[in-house]
Design a protein around this ligand. Structure first.
Ligand code: FEO
Length: 398
């Protein structure tokens, strides 16, 4: 197989692969635009490979690695993160280069045994701030626990100010020829990048804020993450985006999600959305929880300040599809949200009670009026929805 090489700088190479075959990331989050797994190689007095790729993409990856090394041996394999989308080829790399030395932190060392039954003799276990000399270049390691796993760390190459950032600053979406930020319009990937952040990293936002704080103290010219674009023109842009998402700084707007079996709750949702528009709320997004995957709903909820949840009642409880969304939102510890609640029932309630309990357990600012309709929407329900819309608009403006 002939493979091309993509230099980032002299003797620093991108070795990424595009995955358009995997349907769902972590077998859960849809990948209609695919995903890229990025790895990097430094060729200096010593050679160092930064992470590998998912094992399903092993063939092209190993071929590129061997071509780039051009007969030289691999001295170091640096493991920043052990999730198998990046560690999947380490056994194969070890078979090719049995004398190489693993470089990782203590937590990753334990995971080498847990995931690959590897207890390498050649291993350097690094701590926060440790440095690895490669020749002209060197790598300094910075632990970033829980972004995304406990062993996660980044490394900083000080000669050219390159940050190898593992999952941090990553996104969904393959790199369709455009590897670098200056080769494409980022708007094209922004939604997929935010969806990645909210789906994968969002629940660890507190730790992400800490990691970003550590990273922001470095003078960075180039960011090389393990998913998404390599940022060489404007790394500040992705640092700002991630900082905003990690701090859950909301944009103006509102997401209304409903679950409906026979259209009664849906009619309430549409009525409420109209009243919100009349109250001046811009950027209203309405989702049917049975139709749109929670991956996309979560990403939009992450973005906007307002959240309204409405559900029909199913077996005396909230609708199961809404229950699933509530569970995902609960895991993600949403902050800085204004929330509204409505629902319907046939003979005994349950949905509004369940959503209200979810809201009380979180840190939402909840609108006082909660609308619960029996059967079809009646005139009094319409008036209550109007009241809820007004309260939401006021809370959003506050
Ligand atoms: Fe891309 Fe957490 O692995």
């Amino acid at each position: 197989m002939n493979t091309i090489t993509t230099p980032i700088l002299d003797n620093v190479y991108y070795l990424g692969v595009n995955d358009r075959q995997t349907a769902k990331f972590e077998n859960m989050w849809p990948l209609p635009e695919g995903v890229a797994y990025n790895s990097y190689l430094i060729v200096d007095e010593k050679t160092a490979l930064m992470d590998t790729v998912k094992v399903t993409k092993i063939d092209g990856f190993l071929e590129t690695l061997v071509n780039l090394l051009d007969g030289r041996k691999l001295d170091y394999l640096v493991i920043h993160h052990m999730e198998p989308d990046h560690s999947g080829c380490i056994k194969a790399v070890l078979e090719l280069y049995p004398d190489m030395t693993f470089v990782c932190n203590a937590k990753a060392k334990g995971m080498l045994m847990d995931y690959y039954e590897l207890e390498p003799e050649n291993i350097i276990v690094v701590k926060d701030g440790d440095e690895l000399e490669l020749g002209e270049r060197s790598l300094t390691f910075v632990n970033t626990p829980m972004v995304h796993w406990p062993e996660s760390m980044v490394s900083y190459e000080k000669k050219d100010k390159i940050l190898f950032s593992q999952d941090i600053f990553g996104g969904f979406g393959t790199l369709n020829g455009t590897v670098f930020d200056d080769e494409m319009n980022y708007k094209f990937l922004r939604d997929e990048t935010r969806r990645y952040y909210s789906n994968i990293v969002g629940k660890y936002s507190k730790m992400a804020v800490r990691a970003l704080d550590k990273v922001s103290k470095l003078d960075i010219n180039i960011i090389c993450p393990v998913h998404g674009l390599v940022w060489r023109k404007n790394p500040k842009q992705i640092i700002e985006e991630y900082t905003k998402w990690a701090n859950q700084v909301p944009e103006d707007g509102l997401v209304l999600v409903y679950g409906s079996m026979y259209g009664n709750t849906e009619q309430m949702a549409d009525t409420l959305a109209r009243f919100l528009a009349e109250e001046g709320v811009k950027n209203i997004k309405v989702f049917d929880v049975s139709k749109t995957h929670e991956s996309y709903i979560l990403s939009e909820i992450w973005r906007y300040k307002g959240l309204i949840l409405g559900s029909c009642t199913y077996n005396n409880s909230v609708y199961p599809k809404m229950y699933n969304l509530l569970h995902i939102l609960e895991m993600n510890k949403l902050q800085n949200k204004v929330m509204g609640i409505f629902g319907s029932y046939g003979w005994s309630g349950g949905s509004v009670k369940d959503i209200s309990e979810f809201a009380s357990a979180g840190s939402f600012q909840v609108a006082e009026t909660v609308v619960e309709s029996k059967g079809t929407m009646k005139a009094k329900d319409v008036e209550e929805l109007r009241k809820l819309a007004k309260e939401m608009a006021e809370l959003l403006k506050a």
